[in-house]
Design a protein around this ligand. Sequence first.
Ligand code: SAM
Ligand code: SF4
Ligand code: SF4
Length: 339
Amino acid sequence: MEKKSTITDKLSRPIKDLRISVTDRCNFRCTYCMPEQIYGHKYQFINKSSLLNFEEIITITEILVEMGVQKVRLTGGEPLLRDKIEDLVFDLSKISGIKELTLTTNGYLLPQKAQKLRDSGLDRITVSLDSLNNEIFKKVNGRNIDVSKVLKGIEAAEKAGFMPIKINCVVEKGINENSIIDMAEYFKAKGHILRFIEFMDVGTLNKWNLNKVVSAKEIVQIINSKMPIRPIAPTYFGEVASRYQYKDGSGEIGIIASVTQPFCGNCTRLRLSPEGSLYTCLFSNTGTDMKKILRSSNGQDLRSLIKKTWQTRTDKYSIDRSSNINKSTKKVEMYHIGG
Ligand code: SAM
Ligand code: SF4
Ligand code: SF4
């Protein structure tokens, strides 16, 4: 097989992960991502005809895989709302060179979709869930959705053969830090990998401030006081979660500390938005439009633009966060480019 030509950015970081946001729509209104007051029924989401079609997504992915991408994650918005998402999974699973094809979902539609996704070639799945306490969860998801709906989704994913499942839990001070232990106990018993995420200042609409962040250090202390854990080595270069193993040997958790322990130095991720722009950072204010060139030009131009986008990358927002905090810059929203 031909050797991959890996490219690096201005800070010598290789390109390894691609996150594809397939829609900006969502059936939840999580307070930290798409607050209901802003994303009410009149909100104009991207017109369906402006979305990249599957063929276009595949074209971009194939080029990126040639340039070094090994992991591809489908996200959104809520990726399971994209029509025939399993067909895209199937097409992506045929690209040789992708070592892991994954998807992040709020879980609501998994009872209908989990088996189809598995049969289409999806390797792994991550489900987001912020609390097992129904009152807390209903408030956080903004749509009064019962926690049992997500648990049914997780069960469907288990039955379809996605084991272990990663569970993402965003921790926000005063909202759900009291759910940390319950979540850890529940998912430890299930054999899934729970990952706590520090509440981030993505976008400009979630009223973020540093006082609302429960730090990785605090999360570790809370868990360790009840269920002793010890740090373990990352599984690969660029892994965003710090890993901890339960001392009784019964499983692990992850902590994504992008606020208090930024990991820009080994950030190997590129993000493709639903309408076809490439974003080199979660906190970017603009992306590089691929759709225009995809629809009008030849493959070589597209390849050069993608290459240039990565090779000119200098992003390290989280490292510079303290000096960025008071700047009122425009930033892309999380539901637009995915987590
Ligand atoms: N809708 C899917 C879901 O919720 O899993 C996929 C998209 S969602 C934007 C991807 C991940 O980003 C979720 O795990 C979500 O909890 C996380 N997220 C969204 N806003 C966040 C924020 N402000 N800080 C930290 N994580 C956030
Ligand atoms: Fe939707 Fe996911 Fe954002 Fe929640 S975090 S509003 S489920 S896109
Ligand atoms: Fe990567 Fe940007 Fe996050 Fe830093 S802030 S880890 S460069 S996405």
